[in-house]
Design a protein around this ligand. Sequence first.
Ligand code: FAD
Length: 467
Amino acid sequence: MNRQELIEELSKIVGTEDVFSSRRDVLVYEYDSTPEAFEPEVVLFPANAAEASAVMKLAAREGRVVVPRGAGTNVSGGTLPVKGGIVLGCSRMTGPPRIDTANERAVVEPGIINLELQNTLAPLGYLYAPDPASQKVSTLGGNVGENSGGPHCLKYGVTTNHVYGLEVVLADGQVIHTGGKVEDNPGYDLTGLMVASEGTLGAVTSMTLRLMRSPESIKTMLAIFDTLEDSSNAVSDIIAEGIIPATLEIMDKTITWAVETSYHSGFPLDAEGILIIELDGLRDGQERQAEQIVEICRRNHVREVKVAQSDAERNNLWAGRRGAFGAVARVAPMYSVQDGAVPRTRLSETMVRVVQIADKWGVKVGTVAHAGDGNLHPLIMYNPKDREEVERVHKAGKEILKLCLEVGGTLTGEHGIGVEKQDSMALQFGPDELATFALVKKTFDPNGMLNPNKLLPNQQAAAGMGV
Ligand SMILES: Cc1cc2nc3c(=O)[nH]c(=O)nc-3n(C[C@H](O)[C@H](O)[C@H](O)COP(=O)(O)OP(=O)(O)OC[C@H]3O[C@@H](n4cnc5c(N)ncnc54)[C@H](O)[C@@H]3O)c2cc1C
């Protein structure tokens, strides 16, 4: 089937208006939050599982690859149509969430934006815990694809801890249902397998998510330190004392400067490290826990601890933190975001060594981290037109990744593998583990039609596809 015939057949399934094929219309689907771009053959937007299934069957029959896509905010090249084919956008799958507070579950469609769900739940006194900093734009389907984390994931766990069931369209168009509203399900944990699979095993068309009651009380503190080591040591000391705040975020001086000059959140420009610490839960005992935290910060030579006095003050602090990635445009026109995760006891040492690596390669780095769970994002800022600098950025990035592994961490805390880190998988996993991953891929997608050339190193990806 040639391209025109394909477009006509796809239009019969999802409707002419929801099939994009002109160069102008597909342009924004050629890239994601990474600098690369690849042209897809066609972009389309099914309304439900039945349409997605018909698309998948046609694609399988006609030998076209399919790339599921949410908002395209992943920062690992996970939605790049590297082999062309069909981009399956989820932005029409946004039916009203079916909220079941009695069972603390919501059944939702994948195109819903994370923050929209939170805004629907808040008046009911509930929340959905995973809260990526991209929550204003990223979709729940994309959050599942990447197993997204966020500030609240220190206390409540990442996306996989909050997904109880999925409806998934497989590569051959078959629709399967995994899990449901109950806690326990017999058999293989297919729900768990799908989360973080980056669109390589199926397209999710519905999700059963866990809801939680909104906390009775929230206390947000800003702790200001004169050295980065003191701020990160305070993080491990807080957790070591048995206190698990809802969030424990760190920003270094470069990031704080960029954020403050953009958002005016009230961060000091001369601090080397600042922590945003948030306690949530019952009002009883919270004050005492806050005092304990202040005491731990003092032991780590804190300059000052401020407590947000109102919702407006709290929101202001978070606006700054959530805007950190965008704010670094004040430092350089482009950044390369690293996403290592290290044991939190090694955070302090890792952050210091990141600065040393940046100095070694002569690049500018600023680090922001979900410090409580050891997930750090060193942002290497650069001028993309300077090819020589770009080279040094890549080298520094690779060395930071290796550092994270050396101290017992992982390749990614939450941004996924995509194409950016697929070859680095061999640094973390041995041949046997990679071969097992490839077998899983082959079982679900024997012909390698779903989001190909992602997640697994190319050799393993090829092995998994039997080519
Ligand atoms: C400024 C900024 C801040 C960020 N902060 C965070 C953060 O705090 N925490 C965090 O975890 N991430 C963060 N990210 C990364 C990104 O926002 C998340 O990975 C997010 O979950 C991606 O959602 P999306 O809708 O954009 O998905 P996309 O980027 O469109 O897709 C992500 C992956 O999921 C797959 N996918 C999408 N939809 C489906 C579906 N329906 N079925 C199957 N697979 C699917 C895609 O194929 C792809 O592999 C940030 C990104 C930016 C740009």
